[in-house]
Each structure stands twice: as C-alpha cells, then as structure tokens.
Design a protein around this ligand. Structure first.
Ligand SMILES: [Zn+2]
Length: 279
C-alpha cells in the first residue's frame, strides 16, 4: 500500500524535474510564427534540459536566421582559437533591413561632432548590442539566448513590430565559444540522472581551467580594453562598426546571490531599479 502511494508522488517529482517547454519562458499573449523552428526542433532538447553546446547554439542561430530572413541577417564576426564561429545576428524590422547600411552610416555620424548636427534622429532606430556568457561557465546567458532569438524571430503582433522598428539588435549568443563548449561538455557529462542541488556534486566542480576562460586560459572579460585576444578583436571590430547606444552583457551570479551592481558611484545605478534588488 505504501508503495502504491509512493508511485504518484514519484511521478509528480519526476515531472517537476523535467525542463520546461518554451511557454514557461515566453509571454503567453503573443502568437508565434510556426515557420520559425523552436530551439528543441534544432538542438534536440528543451532549453534548460541540458547545457547547450556551442555547436548546437550556432545551428539554432543559423536556423532562425534562415526561417526569418526578413528580420534576421546572419553574420560571422570571426573565429575563436578553436575555430568556432563568433556569430552575430542583426535583428530588426524588414523596413529597417531594407536600408540597414544607411541606418548604420547615419548612426555613426552621431559620434562625429562635425556631422552630428546634420543627422535627423526623428525616426532613427537605436542600436543595442546583446552579448551572452563571456564567462563560458556562466552559461545561463547563452542558454537564454536560444529563447531570446526565438522570440525576436517568431513573435507576431504590434508590440514586436514596434520594437523591431525602433531598434537594431546586434545579437551575440556567445562571447566565449571555446569556454562555453568546455563548460557545457563538462556539465552535461557529469550531470546526475536525477537532478541534485548539492554544490559538492561533480557536475558543479569543473576541473581546471573550467569554462570561464578562452582557449589560452584568459578571462575575456578582462580583455575589453587590451583586446589582445582574437575573440575580443573580432567582436570589437563589429562594435566599432556600429557603435551601439547600449551594450548588454549577460553574466550569471550564484543561485543565492543578488544582482550585481558596480560598487562606488551610486549614480551608476538606474533609478528604475528597485532598492530591494540592489546588493
Ligand atoms: Zn561573469
């Protein structure tokens, strides 16, 4: 009898430990273009079920770009030391894509004081660079980029149309391809069949050098200014080609940590950020 009672409980626990499908992450008041593949269609697992490897991530970015060419242009910025492509999706409305180079040139003029006064900014989209997981073992960024790319490629309706009319998004799903590949291989290889949260689990204790670094064990987050590594050089070439208004840099904190805010100068904190979330 006790065993019979246990069965439904085990079943329930098993359901809970499965990764969620996309409806968990996405707004439910939006319809999605069925011609755009979901991440699972291409990478063979739900987002969050396994750590996405860099090569599957690239496969997905190629697939969304091919399925929504009116919104997405696929670019390869260069290659990591282990010859993994550094992918950049340029995402904006079809109307903006039709004059993308003109938008870029107008936008760049704003950085030149001798020309900026002549630029009409009335209907000029802003430029946002979204970069993910420069520390390869802070992989929630790269895994979240699957959902982000799907939404931007497939969502339908007024809200997404307005967003894409007003923004050119330079979407970089993996700042550190070699680190992401190293970490995802380790974590997937050592993951327990039944999920565990014990920090002593082998899954959570990578061997040196771990996925934080690039091929030469260099922390690419320390290379934005010196730019001695090819991943940084390739990325910064595109950064300066576009000079984005905003760059978002998707890292990861520990599961019990707050969000990170730069210490020292209070004015750096966006006033819209609630007090309780500041560390
Ligand atoms: Zn980090």
């Amino acid at each position: 009898m006790k065993k019979l009672l246990l069965l439904p409980i085990l079943f329930f626990v098993t359901i809970l430990s499965f990764a969620q499908d996309l409806s968990y992450y996405l707004p439910n008041d939006v319809t999605y273009n069925k011609a755009v593949p979901t991440p699972k269609d291409i990478i063979y697992h739900e987002v969050g079920e396994w750590h996405v490897t860099h090569d599957r991530l690239v496969n997905y970015m190629k697939a969304v770009a091919a399925a929504a060419p009116e919104r997405i242009k696929f670019e390869t910025m260069g290659f990591s030391y282990e010859d993994r492509p550094q992918v950049l999706l340029i995402i904006t409305s079809p109307k903006n894509h039709a004059r993308l180079e003109e938008i870029r040139q107008q936008h760049i003029k704003l950085t030149d004081p001798s020309q900026s006064a002549s630029v009409n900014t009335e209907n000029m989209p802003i430029v946002v660079y979204m970069g993910h997981s420069i520390h390869g073992n802070e992989s929630s960024g790269a895994n979240a980029s699957l959902v982000g790319a799907y939404y931007l490629a497939a969502a339908q309706g007024k809200q997404i149309d307005e967003l894409l009319d007003n923004v050119v998004i330079l979407f970089d799903p993996s700042f550190n391809p070699d680190g992401l590949q190293r970490f995802s291989t380790w974590a997937n290889q050592h993951k327990s069949k039944n999920l565990v949260s014990d920090p002593n689990s082998r899954e959570f204790n990578e061997v040196w050098p771990g996925g934080r670094f690039n091929h030469y064990w260099f922390d690419l987050n320390r290379d934005w200014l010196p730019a001695v590594h090819r991943e940084s050089q390739n990325r910064l070439t595109w950064f300066h080609k576009w000079k984005p208004n905003i760059l978002t840099d998707h890292h990861e904190q520990g599961s019990s940590s707050t969000f990170f805010f730069q210490p020292g100068v209070p004015s750096r904190v966006n006033p819209l950020t609630p007090e309780k979330t500041r560390s």
